[in-house]
Design a protein around this ligand. Sequence first.
Ligand code: ADP
Ligand code: ADP
Length: 235
Amino acid sequence: PAAVELRDALKLEGVCFGYEDGRRTLRDLDLTVEAGSTAALVGPSGAGKSTVADLVSGLLAPTEGAVLVDGRPLVGGARGSWRDRIGYVAQETFLFNDTVRSNLLWARPDANEEELVGALDQAAARKFVAGLPDGLETRLGDRGVRLSGGERQRLALARALLRRPSLLILDEATSALDSENERRVLDAVEGLRGRLTILLITHRLSAARFADVVHVLENGELVESGEPDALLAGD
Ligand code: ADP
Ligand code: ADP
């Protein structure tokens, strides 16, 4: 078997992608995310960020080139097994109109109470669970619809973490939130730094301030990569 580059949790090699209209949305994209690092992909609306998100989560296959997770192609391999290792939180995350507990159990039906609480803690979501008179039991039983936008995103994050992914993809996960809730969710993500590989996709460079490296996508091409401070300073 080919040697697996474990240092590279995610690698896009010469990736091209075009939708059916024939235009090239992504052009010869090379991107490497080192295992355990936090990388951000930023760029204006229409740059191709969502297309990259769909490619790295296996929803789309590249027209040319390859998407490698832990050194192995995402598409063409056992897709199901990768899905368990990739946690995905989008802007509008699908939640069942049901309890917090059932939303968490959907990801890991076998999870015990301790694991559920652990995931909520990791997503810094326990604050909304504790502090209530009836405690954890009651709030775990709360219906998702009664959670605020920020709580919903932290629940989505907890759900993604329950599967113990090695790669966490956040696709505009805080874009629909007000600044206070965005800060809470980003603080939770920052707390995960170094514990798994994180790819933060956002149109807001400021949301990527704690990334190890920021890649700037414009018009389907990577135009710049660097540390967030340097890029923010040059803005
Ligand atoms: P971003 O997430 O950075 O806003 P997208 O990946 O959504 O960018 O879009 C990149 C380009 O691809 C845009 O020009 C967009 O209009 C186009 N595009 C996105 N989705 C589709 C689609 N399903 N069919 C055709 N073109 C699309
Ligand atoms: P399926 O095809 O198994 O029915 P989808 O892939 O359509 O499910 O996913 C439905 C929703 O579940 C998505 O909107 C996504 O937010 C969520 N989801 C899927 N996979 C994960 C995951 N690994 N972690 C967290 N949420 C996930």
